[in-house]
Design a protein around this ligand. Structure first.
Ligand code: GUN
Ligand code: ZN
Length: 491
């Protein structure tokens, strides 16, 4: 891996970074969304993508250019940037997607990399094999070997200052993805797309998307720029960024518009069925759905709305990373669609991995759903509890300290974190905003905090005063901790 990427800010595994693209002479801020530009059909002029939507980078397909007589010679002559009228960074794909769709293409990695260099691409792609989900392991391994060879051919090619993608494949086998990530990272290639996600994305299998991304990330260098190939629905951007993706490319804005579909942050609607627009972008502000349906330019305007809502979400994601509330945004998005909830739950299965890059301090932690109980901050607090020394006789309580007692100390208990010395009350994440009506998941997490403290202090005599916890939370408290239900004590 060469060094063209710098991470500036973290939240969970999400980050704000800067990708230097030397051939374009630009540095692109990530997370970045690369609109897919079909060289044959410019639904929205590339110049407008930059000026009106803020696209710093786009992606187009060198294989289509190469196999279309009408445009090949023009692009070779003018160069991709003049042809498209875009002076930002341009990534090109290789025809692998066509390979996956049609089973055969007539170009090698060596040839297509050379072609990409000649047309002036800034980030080129070898001919990787996008192995679909759910295939047998033998096929996934065999095709991974072909992808490895493609990466080797790309390394051997003359690329000058053009960056090169090193796609990470492996179908739905996390260990193969991880291994592929490790291998890609060890090449001298530059950007690391997680590939063959389109079938999963199209069927909203976000849990498996998250598994594939996390597996690839375990193999990749932590500082590697990661692209989620084919992803760009606004609903899942926050989730994918929180899982560690930096680049996205979206054809959805144009493909969906062609079918009369209207993107929102919680799914896709049909223009045909809409009575009101929930959006204030220029398109939605100026037209009602009925008006839009009657226009000549319905498809273009719908594509523009789709781009507005997608770039708006991307800015929201970046702001959330800066404030440290990205997981709260993911939580909000998870309430919009059950498939997203599966994605969030899967992401939180990897809270230990997220914890490694999660900042120690940020804007207040908001407890907004029982998934909040599984956030990395909770886990980190529990790990920290195992290192805290405690006095001999300690009261842990959800209520105020009793006015007279004979404990050596009285600590606060706050679900979902559990116990902590009062002196830590003003430190992140214990400043959390938690609802008055705490749920069972938060109580269970707090009980696990008590267990962590008890385990690391086997000599201490611990008493817990809890506010009428659910039975499974009380059961998660070790037997040797004496428990009192404060509600029954009238406190
Ligand atoms: N576009 C969407 N998925 C893929 C992939 O896996 N490989 C390449 N090269 N392009 C893609
Ligand atoms: Zn709109």
């Amino acid at each position: 891996m060469r060094d063209h990427f710098e991470v500036r800010d973290h939240d969970a595994a999400g980050r704000i970074g800067r990708l230097e693209v030397p051939r374009a002479g630009v540095t692109v801020e990530t997370p970045a969304l690369l609109p897919v530009v079909n060289p044959n059909v410019l639904t929205v002029e590339p110049r407008r993508l930059a000026e009106e939507f803020g696209a710093e980078m786009l992606i187009t397909n060198s294989y289509i250019i190469r196999s279309t007589d009408r445009i090949r010679d023009r692009v070779l002559e003018e160069g991709l940037h003049d042809f498209l009228g875009f002076d930002g960074a341009i990534m090109t794909d290789s025809g692998s997607f066509q390979l996956a769709e049609y089973g055969d293409i007539d170009v090698t990695t060596e040839e297509i990399i050379e072609f990409q260099r000649r047309i002036g691409s800034d980030v080129a792609t070898p001919v990787d094999v996008p192995t679909p989900p759910d295939v047998d392991r033998e096929r996934a391994e065999r095709e991974l070997e072909t992808t490895r060879q493609a990466l080797a051919d790309a390394e051997a090619a003359e690329t000058g200052d053009m960056l090169v993608n090193a796609p990470v494949q492996g179908s739905t086998f996390p260990d193969l993805r991880e291994e592929a990530g490790r291998h890609a990272s060890a090449t001298d290639l530059d950007v690391f797309p997680v590939g063959a996600m389109v079938p999963l994305l199209n069927s909203y299998r976000y849990a498996e998307v998250v598994e594939a991304v996390r597996a690839a990330k375990r193999g990749l260098d932590p500082d590697a720029p990661v692209h989620l190939f084919g992803a760009g629905h606004p609903m899942m951007l926050a989730l994918a960024v929180a899982a560690g993706c930096d680049l996205f490319d979206s054809a959805a804005y144009a493909l969906m518009a062609r079918d009369g579909r209207y993107l929102t942050v919680s799914g896709t609607e049909h223009l045909e069925e809409m009575e009101y627009f929930p959006c204030s972008c220029p398109v939605c502000a100026e037209h009602t759905p009925a008006e839009l349906r009657e226009m000549d330019a319905t498809e273009e305007l719908l594509a523009e709305h789709n781009l507005h809502v997608t770039f708006e979400e991307l800015r929201r994601v970046k702001a959330a990373i800066r404030s440290g509330n990205l997981l709260q945004l993911v939580d909000r998005r998870a309430r919009g669609h059950p498939a997203m909830l599966d994605g969030l739950r899967t992401l939180l299965d990897h809270a230990d991995e997220l914890e490694r890059t999660d900042p120690v301090s940020k804007d207040a932690f908001f407890y907004t759903s029982h998934e909040s109980a599984r956030r990395p901050e909770v886990r980190r607090h529990h790990d920290r509890l195992a290192r805290l020394a405690v006095p001999e006789r300690l009261l842990l309580t959800e209520s105020d300290a009793p006015s007279n007692h004979d404990y050596d100390a009285v600590w606060r208990v706050k679900p979902p974190f559990g116990p902590f010395p009062r002196a830590l009350s003003e430190t992140y994440p214990l400043t959390a905003e938690v609802p008055e009506r705490v749920d069972g998941a938060a109580q269970v997490a707090a009980a696990e905090g008590v267990a962590s403290l008890a385990e690391s202090n086997p000599e201490a005599e611990l008493t817990l005063g809890h506010d009428d916890w659910v039975p499974r939370a009380v059961e998660a408290v070790p037997d040797r901790v004496e428990t009192e239900n404060l509600r029954h004590l009238g406190r």
